[in-house]
Ligand binder design. Structure first.
Ligand code: HEM
Length: 213
């Protein structure tokens, strides 16, 4: 089957992806300083920067939800069990034996089944956990410093544990994601696609696939 360049990641999608990458990286970096893992900005500044990045992240999430709903792109993330075993087998065995990718990327289905499941989990579980525990952290800690109990929680412990667990899961995701970026058709094809929007795909005669002029 012949290959052609197709436009798979739109402008907003790429902006959202890279902003999200920068913000999550920065939130993790300042967050683990707050946690006490190392010292870089100093605790006070780390908290200040973490809060600013957190509000930017929330703003980005609001725009991303709007974009996904209005364009219908949210459908790309609906998880499926079809081919999940084949995809797992590929990452564990096939990839080391030069086997072909078990699922084909198209404009209407650009995520493989494992990506759908992972991103869906991030969107409905890990990121909401991180965000809600982060907001609870803010509204518990800061107002109560001035004697106002904004929310009626006895201790920060559970909030801190949930927030830290979500942070560790996000960092684990980023590490895996960085490796998986390199496992496209070529070492850099996935990265190039997220930078330019275009990727070389098999021409499946899909009229909906927008070709590069
Ligand atoms: C909108 C999202 C977020 C909000 C509102 C938020 C807010 C906060 C707040 C208020 C603190 C406590 C600061 C203090 O002790 O004074 C904190 C701590 C922390 N944050 Fe976030 N954060 C968010 C997202 C993230 C993300 C995405 C990560 C990592 C990937 C992260 C990692 C951490 C870590 C590791 C700590 C230290 C937790 C501890 O030791 O108890 N945060 N965050």
């Amino acid at each position: 089957m012949s290959k052609k360049q197709f436009y798979i990641y739109k402008g907003f999608e790429r902006f959202w992806h890279w902003m999200q990458a920068i913000l999550i990286f920065f939130l993790a970096f300042t967050g683990f300083e707050i946690h006490g893992t190392y010292s870089f900005f100093g605790f006070r500044d780390a908290v200040r920067y973490h809060n600013v990045a957190a509000y930017m992240f929330i703003g980005l999430i609001v725009f991303a939800i709007f974009w996904h709903l209005t364009t219908g792109e949210y459908k790309q993330y609906i998880p499926t069990l079809v081919n999940i075993k084949a995809q797992l087998n590929y990452y564990i065995f096939g990839i080391f034996r030069n086997a072909p990718h078990p699922t084909k990327k198209t404009v209407l289905s650009k995520l493989n089944p494992l990506q759908k499941l992972t991103y869906f989990g991030l969107k409905i579980l890990v990121i909401p956990l991180s965000l809600t525990s982060g907001l609870l952290y803010i509204f518990y800690r800061y107002p109560s410093r001035h004697g106002i109990k904004a929310i009626n929680i006895e201790t920060l412990e559970v909030i801190a544990i949930v927030h830290t667990v979500a942070a560790v899961l996000l960092v684990a995701f980023i590490i895996t994601h960085l490796y998986l970026i390199t496992t496209g058709e070529t070492l850099t094809s996935n990265l190039k696609a997220m930078l330019t929007g275009y990727e070389e795909l098999e021409d499946m005669h899909h009229t909906e696939q927008k070709e590069k002029k």
